[in-house]
Design a binder for this molecule. Sequence first.
Ligand code: ACO
Length: 429
Amino acid sequence: MAETAKLTVEGKTYELPIVTGSEGEKAIDISKLLKETGYITLDQGYANTGSCISAITYMNGSNGTLRYRGIPIEQLAQHATFVETAYLLINGDLPSSCELTNFSDLLNTHSLVHEDMRAFFEKYPRGAHPMGILSSMVNALMAFYPEVPERTEEEEINITVARLISKLRTLAAMSYQISRGHRVIYPSHQLGYCANFLNMMFDSPVRPYDIDPDVVRALEVTLILHADHEQNCSTSAVRHVGSARVNLYAAISAGICALWGPLHGGANQAVIEMLQQIYDSGGDPAPFIGRARDKNDTFRLMGFGHRVYRTYDPRVPILKEMCDKLLTKFGASDPLLDIALNLEEIATHDPYFIDHNLYPNVDFYSGILLRAIGIPLNMFPVMFAIGRLPGWISQWRESIYDPGWKLCRPRQIYTGHKERNYIPVADRG
Ligand code: ACO
């Protein structure tokens, strides 16, 4: 007999189905609760709410597990490329050699951006944050690359997906070059996805960019580690906006906006700003940890804490090792890395952080690695967006083909005024 949960409301007992996932995780299905009982559930921030059934990413916050389509993140970081990982997420399995070649060719074919889009960049104020620019540009792609009616929906989606993955990288690099007043470097057919991005970012007519395979690998790994994270804030935004059946570009643009926030993808920039503040104030993290512990202070340690992980984020040791490797190779040291290591050591032994299960998250070391690669600070959230794009696309695609698909439309408990009368302005006192 199927397992159920019992709920007693106003003396009446209801049986609610229990749904079990492939790793044994359980949910009480409340989809008929309102109809049957007249009650809704209340869960601010959705911390206990499963918003969908998904076969893409599995994470376990208690033991720090993260797998894409069943494959542990550690194996992908060691062996895969970002393009392979994107294919895996979007299509469900690793590509065969032929599928990988076709996918890479498709990415190359669609890597250029319509020349008229440059005008947008040029008219943005110089100080504009690249995440704002990127979300507008992605939204604008729909106008430049409208749907082609004679294609099947499947063909249309495959081309839109390739366009997005390829063009997001080109748009990001263009925004950087234009923001510096430099000429745009075009994508090259000869270069892979990550090498191409680095070249578009840093090549210059007066100083050709020397593509270092270790830097390319560091970027591959960073993007792989960011590629999906089940129903996080930006992915939920993509699914939510996409549930209204908007086009993929609009849904992804919404995801970029959500990711921009300092509590989410903007945290990698906020971490470096915090480490810099600690450095500027003499290098001692203790006062900052004291502020983070203080209930009357809104300050939080950036790069610490996670809604799901109650232990180490499994992406952190991989990034930390990459940081060490790259800095050692360059014979460089980064004072902010030393502060980060010290801060981690103190915070992870501090009773407040232990009691609250607060450990470093992916953003804590990704910024140091991005700095070592040469990425400018305000581009850090953009790098996160490039990495997260395959995850957003796969989640959007899964949602639109889900037979149980529904428009996302949560309920609320209203606590405002009871009905009252309109008072003409002259009588309002
Ligand atoms: N520093 C100090 N205290 C913290 C921190 C932190 N970074 N994070 C959580 N806490 C405390 C809260 O003050 C709260 O304490 P209380 O119960 O005594 O009042 C408790 O831990 C729970 O905090 P919530 O905000 O309810 O936990 P939630 O799951 O909503 O927060 C979040 C997760 C938003 C990531 C939070 O840990 C945070 O703000 N971290 C800093 C920003 C950050 O690094 N964001 C990146 C997250 S990873 C990602 O999105 C890619």
